[in-house]
Design a protein around this ligand. Structure first.
Ligand SMILES: Cc1cc2nc3c(=O)[nH]c(=O)nc-3n(C[C@H](O)[C@H](O)[C@H](O)COP(=O)(O)OP(=O)(O)OC[C@H]3O[C@@H](n4cnc5c(N)ncnc54)[C@H](O)[C@@H]3O)c2cc1C
Length: 763
């Protein structure tokens, strides 16, 4: 078989952090795609705040989604790969980023835009008793707790913000405005809430002009916010602060918005850093001692001109960074970035009012606020209302085209990878790529493996464990995500689901992988990540990988043959054909993975919905299987391609019983029902829907519920029939074990001549 040629990945651009500059880089690469260049965004969490709108969010003028950029979705729309993890280190020699949970990520060109955090170090008690305003996600959680408790509390303790820069001043004014408003709404005296601002400078906003400083000082006084200037915090206790001027300031909630420090992990890289630990960059935004690495925003320290740690610079660096990354990839000289000497700051004061500051210029009023909102929303619209741009064209480069960034031997390899491909054994991935990618994989040891992955042979040799029978299953699917590590994890989990549904114990597995043709390094990298993800899951299940096969294909695909065991004395395990009338049906995981990934593919998903869906897909059915069995489950299946209803029907048919499913009791992943209501569905859904005619459907059932029941699942939960008297205890045990949305979703009914096997309704 001859496969069509594709544009292989020739260069990897990795962006660490979803800061203000990198979101623009994603957009720029989508608008000016470079064939053969793969862009990866490594960021955590998947929603990043736009700093300009944060005070408005805290003050209650904007909602969460208005002030956050959904990085997972933006990357998808821009045709970039998204990896939801944190960088924790760098190997500049081998060009790999070390991650907190993910295997190393290879890069050709790297850019770092990870912001900064307030300096909690050096002041005793600060890291234990103060809440840093960054990272914003952690701060937001603390803020939500304050919002939920303080407005109605009989005696709310005093609140202090430490730091008199723009961030600290805006924060204290926004918090005071919102909390007092909420307290009034809760029927309490808003003035019970006491606020203070502490700064070691002689005045607030020391870098702004005199009118800005005096106006904000006056506004703080008007709002009853106690201002402590020229006072450094020397100690933080749970209920008070010790100040350098001898004052003991009562403070139960202490927020930290002081001068920024850089991430500690940068110290362990070979990048040149300034005294505060920020990455030193040249005007081209390349780091001083490694031209393959760029740094921007708060984390960068421009050696030719010190810049304030303000979002405005991170925003302004976005375009020059994108241009320079592309120039470097094209083998051209990067151009210098020229920062402005003065910049406009628009400072919110709590209500819909703001102060403008630029050099010696000052203005204030409601109109400044509305201007600020207009500017901020215009910026955000570029990332929230962006059409899906897709990936770089996948047509082959013209024969005469040369890739300016590739060495001659790489040009040759690229041309070979792009040439018409042969099938059969000629479509095997090269042995050198295989051996490098699989190097270091360590499957769990099993005494029954007589010849496995560590011995080069034609086949694996396994001894049958004593008193056991084999249970075997195979699964394979195309990539639903362009994150190979996650794909490997989910595919392995999905394959093991069949064993758990049978009540079997996983034993061994063989992998089958397809990879599109490409240059050796990116191909090797994809295979390495796929297999690391898969092995992590297989090893946790004590399932040993004994072999596999890797072939070229039009796209990434992965599957497994999995072997499990059951004691010969109880070789029936849990089967689909063992439903008994009167039993309750328990579902262990929520539904919706099919529609959520379909929405994501169309650029219409929401990052946090997908994060939740991924966590669910990675959740093993191992414990669920054991719990259901211990509660007397006789029949079980894992919910996959046919959807809950299709699988329930299959069980009813095999058992010659009838089944009722109560769709309003079926748990749904966040966003799944919304997606159906918007008319979205997985491409397999229509095939599943064709089976509905044979079922009894409650006509009052909302359409989205029915669609949820037909949604094909990847690595879905178990549907198990347990004795009715055990069902509540079973659900409780499941929830306790981490299947937090497990539920009783139906019952097994006695057979009745002529009646449909499946009743779909509500309870
Ligand atoms: C309350 C408050 C209000 C502010 N208001 C303004 C304002 O109105 N105007 C203004 O100009 N500035 C303002 N600032 C300052 C502004 O927030 C920062 O200067 C700005 O956010 C820096 O942008 P950045 O792109 O460098 O990084 P960030 O915006 O901090 O983005 C960094 C991103 O990288 C992610 N990340 C961090 N570490 C890692 C890692 N190791 N691996 C992967 N991802 C990582 C983070 O989660 C984040 O998504 C304010 C600050 C505060 C605290």
């Amino acid at each position: 078989m001859i496969l069509p040629p594709q544009t292989p990945t020739a260069r990897d651009v990795v962006l660490i952090g979803g800061g203000h500059a990198h979101v623009q880089v994603l957009r720029a690469f989508a608008m000016r795609p470079m064939p053969g260049v793969r862009v990866t965004l490594l960021a955590s969490p998947s929603h990043t705040p736009y700093s300009g709108m944060l005070p408005g969010y805290i003050a209650g003028h904007h909602g969460y989604d208005e002030v956050h950029i959904d990085l997972r979705q933006l990357a998808q729309r821009c045709g970039a790969r998204f990896i939801g993890d944190e960088a924790v280190g760098l190997d500049q020699d081998t060009r790999h980023v070390h991650c907190a949970r993910y295997p190393d990520i290879r890069y050709d060109v790297l850019s770092i835009n990870i912001g900064s955090s307030p300096n909690l170090g050096g002041v005793p008690g600060a890291s234990s008793h103060a809440i840093a305003v960054k990272p914003i996600a952690a701060f937001n959680q603390a803020w939500q707790r304050m919002l939920a408790t303080l407005p109605a509390m009989a005696a709310p303790g005093p609140i202090t913000v430490v730091g008199g820069g723009a961030g600290g001043v805006e924060l204290v004014l926004a918090m005071a405005h919102r909390l007092r408003h909420e307290r009034e709404r809760a029927g309490h005296n808003p003035q019970d809430l006491r606020f203070a601002l502490v700064t070691s400078s002689d005045s607030v906003l020391p870098t702004h002009n005199a009118r800005v400083r005096s106006t904000l000082t006056h506004i703080l006084q008007q709002q009853g916010i106690a201002l402590h200037t020229a006072a450094a915090v020397t100690q933080v206790q749970p209920d008070h602060l010790q100040l350098s001027n001898g004052t003991t300031l009562p403070s139960v909630h202490t927020l930290w918005a002081t001068q920024a420090v850089a991430a500690p992990w940068l110290q362990h890289t070979h990048l040149a850093l300034d005294e505060q630990g920020f990455i030193q960059v040249q005007p081209t935004l390349q780091t001083l001692n490694d031209e393959r690495v760029f740094a921007v925003g708060d984390v960068a320290s421009l050696v030719t001109q010190p810049l304030a740690k303000a979002g405005v610079f991170a925003v302004r660096m976005g375009q020059p960074l994108a241009r320079n990354l592309q120039r470097v990839l094209q083998g051209k000289k990067p151009q210098p970035y020229r920062p402005q000497t003065q910049w406009l700051a628009l400072l919110g004061t709590g209500p819909r009012h703001a102060v403008a500051s630029r050099g010696r210029w000052f203005a204030q009023g409601a109109w400044v606020w509305h201007w600020k909102v207009w500017l901020d929303r215009r910026f955000m619209r570029r990332f929230t209302h962006m059409p899906a741009m897709g990936k770089a064209p996948s047509k082959p480069l013209p024969e005469t085209a040369s890739h300016p960034t590739l060495a001659p031997h790489e040009q040759a390899a690229l041309a070979q990878a792009q040439a018409m491909r042969c099938g059969g054994c000629a479509a095997k991935v090269g042995a050198d790529i295989l051996s490098r990618a699989l190097h270091g994989l360590q499957p769990v040891a099993r005494p029954e493996v007589l010849a496995g992955l560590d011995q080069a042979d034609d086949a694996a040799v396994l001894a049958l464990p004593a008193q056991q029978v084999w249970v075997q299953s195979v699964d394979f699917f195309r990539a639903f995500t362009d994150d190979p590590f996650v794909l490997g994890q989910v595919a392995a989990n999905h394959a093991l689901g069949d064993l758990y549904a049978m009540g079997a114990t996983p034993h061994s597995a063989q992998a089958i992988v397809t990879l599109p043709p490409g240059l050796p390094e990116p191909t090797e990298d994809t295979l390495r990540l796929l297999m690391h993800g898969a092995l992590q899951v297989l090893n946790q299940a004590h399932c040993t990988l004994v072999g596999g096969h890797t072939a070229e294909g039009v796209e990434v695909g992965i599957g497994f043959v999995v072997n499990g065991t059951l004691p010969s004395a109880n070789a029936t395990g849990m089967r689909q054909n063992a439903l008994q009338p009167g039993q309750a049906l328990v579902l262990t995981k929520p539904l919706g993975t099919g529609v959520l990934w379909a929405a994501h593919g169309l650029g219409q998903g929401v990052g946090r919905w997908l994060d939740e869906a991924l966590d669910c897909m990675r959740l093993s059915n191992q414990q669920a299987s054991a719990i259901c069995r211990s509660m007397g489950a006789t029949a079980c299946t894992d919910v996959t391609g046919f959807g809950l209803l299709g699988h329930a029907h299959q069980m009813a048919q095999a058992s010659r019983q009838r089944v009722a499913i109560w769709m309003n009791q079926v748990p749904a992943l966040s966003g799944a029902l919304e997606c159906f209501e918007q008319g979205l569905h997985s491409s397999l859904q229509p095939a599943n829907e064709r089976r509905v005619t044979a079922w009894a459907i409650d006509q009052a059932l909302p359409k989205a519920y029915l669609q949820l029941g037909l949604d094909p699942q990847t690595a879905g939960g178990l549907l198990a029939s347990v004795p009715a008297g055990q069902a509540a205890a079973c659900v409780l045990a499941l929830r306790h074990a981490g299947y937090t949305q497990a539920a009783i979703v139906g019952e097994v009914l006695a057979p009745q001549a002529g009646a449909p096997l499946l009743q779909v309704g509500q309870r």
